[in-house]
Design a protein around this ligand. Sequence first.
Ligand code: SF4
Ligand code: F3S
Length: 460
Amino acid sequence: MARKYLIETFGCQMNVHDSERMAGLLEQAGFEATDEAADADVVVINTCSVRERAEEKLYTRLGELRQMAAEIGHDPVVAVAGCVAQQEGETLFTRSPGVANVILGTQAIRRLPMLVERALERPHAPEPLLDLTAYDDVSWPLGVTRRSDPVKAYVTIIEGCNEFCSFCVVPYTRGHERMRPKADILAEVREAANTGHREVQLLGQIVNHYEAPDDPGCDFTGLLEAIHEVDGIERIRFASPHPRHVSPAFLAAMARLPKICRHLHLPVQSGSTRVLESMRRRYTRDSYLALVDAIRRTLPDVALSTDMIVGFPGETEADFEDTLSLTAAVRYHGMFSFKYSARPHTLADQRMPDEVSDADKTRRIVALQALQRDIQTTLNGDLVGQEIDVLVDAASRRRETELSGRTSGNVVVNLPGPPAWIGRTVRVRVGRAGPHSVWGEAVSAVAPVADVEESAVAGA
Ligand code: SF4
Ligand code: F3S
């Protein structure tokens, strides 16, 4: 009987994609997927350390696996991968002894099958196997990744970050910035198109810093232009651009190339220039707002979303008011907002006392989220009565008969329809709206299956 693996993923899209890669590597080594830890020979926990709460989830899960071993005697090999593994290394073993058998750095995932095999050969070894220092080649072989989504394909273009914002752990967990060759990226995009994926999502800590190592002069705009040529791909998304690197040429390309989604996730983090300076973001409130104006002049229909931190060390009430007023001025379609928590190794952790009380952080985030909710309710409400194109990407989690998809501007749309519509673009009339999604009905005939299959292999 085939040996089984389970991968549990916390964190961002980059981690989701690393899990897809690790799943492919384990399947190449003869493992089969399972949904149950009690059934698995190996459990991989792919961790996130962007905030303290995300990190805590690992220790909770390790405790549950220890309990499972005690209760039913099933003791799989446990491999901890991802950003907490990279950050904590052996300390992870001290804090939660006896559970993890493998601890694997973010740049060493190719070594997973080898380390798992070795761990399976030494079931009761007291110490875990560690690989935290390896720097894998940023190229990635075709045919390995086991994609979890039939419609959207993640494609990494850059690993790591050199920016060192003072709150951010990522440069310490993902390492320095490395660009993937353009030829390698294009080959993976073509492969995704050939396997029926309609949308590619380009991943990198700062995607718009891209420079092709194998094609001098080709920057992120050039890469988008090349991907736009790939037959079978209908939509191109990316996360995340840094406000500092948004160029007029990039905006012009977005306006010119219809496959590029009309959505920009443009992390701002704070509305106060004073706080932005101590975050080392290298732009000001005014320059960010000027950039938003320039973006909207070139792309009047673009939807903007952002990340925001409240309660950064030294944030006063006046600074927080600046965050509220910037939010009201930009009117984001979406926002990920968080209470600041100090992260190991970062400048803020080492030099800036975390002095905003938790009560103040909570009060501020509640106010910010209430404002953002009102903005989203209004923006989504504006869609009621309109007809919009929706790429159906999943059966909705709400009801089996409902589907969900996204507009080019990244609005989630729920609609009734058969599962056969997944992967197709449907014109939908919006009937009602809420803060997080809208509901509507298809108004156009949906392309028959044969048409879809033909275009799915057109890039071969
Ligand atoms: Fe972190 Fe700043 Fe790099 Fe983004 S740009 S990954 S916030 S250090
Ligand atoms: Fe978390 Fe690492 Fe992503 S810290 S957000 S999994 S890059």
